[in-house]
Write a protein that binds this ligand. Structure first.
Ligand code: FES
Length: 103
């Protein structure tokens, strides 16, 4: 699956070129409003398709490491299934009102 968006890992945007792409999932396998865990080069990542775009953020919750693909997707927000921490799929930032943090 390729995306026009650069992948987001906690607090970082990775420089990426065409030679760095790694196939992880068939594009048709990720439906709108759904998430999927993938492990490119062993890195735990969760993909989410929102508004037709595919976003990639850390697959592990910054609170106590629950797998984020087990949570639910509400618009651009992943809600962790363990303790309801919320993360924006567009940038990986924690959503908690005005004190949002990047993870
Ligand atoms: S582990 Fe995700 S909110 Fe606690």
């Amino acid at each position: 699956m390729n995306s026009t968006h650069e992948p987001q890992l906690p607090g970082k945007t990775l420089p990426i070129s065409a030679v760095n792409w790694t196939d992880v999932l068939d594009d048709k396998a990720l439906l709108e409003g759904r998430m999927a865990p993938v492990y490119p080069l062993g890195v735990n990542v969760v993909l989410a398709r929102v508004g037709g775009a595919v976003y990639a953020v850390s697959g592990t919750c910054a609170h106590m490491a629950c797998p984020l693909f087990m949570g639910r997707l509400e618009g651009y927000t992943i809600v962790c299934s363990c303790h309801d921490w919320r993360f924006d799929v567009r940038n990986g930032h924690r959503r908690s009102g005005s004190d949002a943090e990047a993870f």
